[in-house]
Design a protein around this ligand. Structure first.
Ligand code: GCU
Length: 327
């Protein structure tokens, strides 16, 4: 081969290598942290989110999911995201209240008339405002994930609000969750989710509250045999992304990420329904007794919370009124 040809060829190979290298550099990997097991519906919804993002960006944006609090509990994950060490986190809306007060709305008992109203609020302007409300904290919410209704479960049957009196009840680390249990004369003990199994097992707490899939999949059903269907709150999970990580992406990639998040949220609704049924059947097999309670007793017991709020925090109460109006 002539020298000049050889030079051109090696130049071309060089260009290809450089191009190849620059294409390799164009791959952005985003780390996502959450606190559920891989068999939880929310993990499956986020897996679909990651798959869609990879496919639609032709592999240029990849999301690596770390489950089971491997990268820290919810609070720690949010802080890692704020410090730039993590890109995406899933947190329950309850814990987000400590970062952005607007999330308090989801912690209020019996605020949503039913499941449809709860879904409507998430899809409404209020729902969107709440997702964007943490922007100045360094992150925003991409979407909500249905997490059903939360009820009390304990080592003894809880049939009326009186049965909660004096019980040490684990709550999520959020001011409104603490206020709710105090309002019911229980003893609120804020703990991270990952610490709860041992706390129940060792009697550090007597009771807790959650949805059915989380109750069984985190094995609380092995050590707590009475689940009361009082359904006091409906608190969604939220998929969060740091402002910096979002801004690292091209406009087109950002749109793909947002759309994929919404699609995974729709998928979650189906996953959730199925999971609630399956996990309830599993709990029954483990000998858990599901107790049907008169919800109005619980509702009446927490009503003073709203009267107090109207007096002491009228601006928050305005938001309650807006939520009630959503149809
Ligand atoms: C639910 C929710 C979790 C949350 C947990 C809790 O399971 O999906 O995100 O951490 O409740 O009670 O802490």
């Amino acid at each position: 081969m002539q020298n000049s040809k050889r030079q051109i060829l090696s130049l071309a190979t060089g260009v290809m290598l450089v191009l190849g290298a620059s294409q390799a550099c164009a791959v952005t990997t985003l780390k996502l942290s959450h606190n559920q097991s891989r068999s939880h519906a929310v993990h499956q919804a986020m897996t679909q989110f990651a798959d869609e993002v990879k496919e639609k960006t032709n592999g240029e944006v990849r999301i690596r999911i770390y489950s089971d609090s491997q990268l820290g509990n919810q609070r720690e994950s949010i802080e890692l995201m704020q410090n730039g060490a993590l890109d995406i986190a899933k947190s329950n809306a309850a814990e987000l209240e400590a970062f952005s007060p607007a999330y308090f709305i989801f912690n209020l008992p019996y605020l949503f008339r039913d499941k449809t109203h709860y879904q409507q609020v998430m899809n409404s302007d209020i729902g969107k405002e709440i997702l964007n409300s943490s922007q100045n904290m360094g992150f925003i919410g991409l979407t909500y994930y249905d997490a059903g209704a939360r009820s009390f479960y304990a080592k003894k049957p809880i049939r009326t609000p009186e049965d909660l009196k004096g019980l040490k009840i684990r709550v999520q680390p959020s001011p409104s969750a603490i206020a709710l249990v105090k309002g019911l004369a229980g003893n609120p003990t804020p703990l991270a989710y990952g610490e709860l199994y041992t706390a129940l097992q060792q009697g550090v707490v007597d009771a807790a509250e959650n949805n059915i899939p989380s109750f069984t999949l985190s094995r609380h059903s092995e050590v707590t045999k009475f689940f009361s269907l009082d359904e006091h709150t409906m608190i969604p999970d939220v998929l969060l992304i740091s402002n910096n990580s979002l801004n690292k992406l091209t406009t087109e990639q950002q749109a793909i990420v947002k759309k994929a998040a919404l699609n995974s949220s729709k998928y979650m609704i189906q996953l959730w329904e199925k999971s609630e049924k399956e996990e309830r059947a599993k709990a029954e097999k483990q000998g858990v007794e599901f107790i049907h309670v008169d919800k109005t007793l619980f509702q009446n017991a927490v009503n003073p919370m709203y009267d107090k709020m109207a007096e002491t925090h009228p601006e928050l109460f305005e938001m309650v009124k807006r939520v009630r109006k959503v149809e």
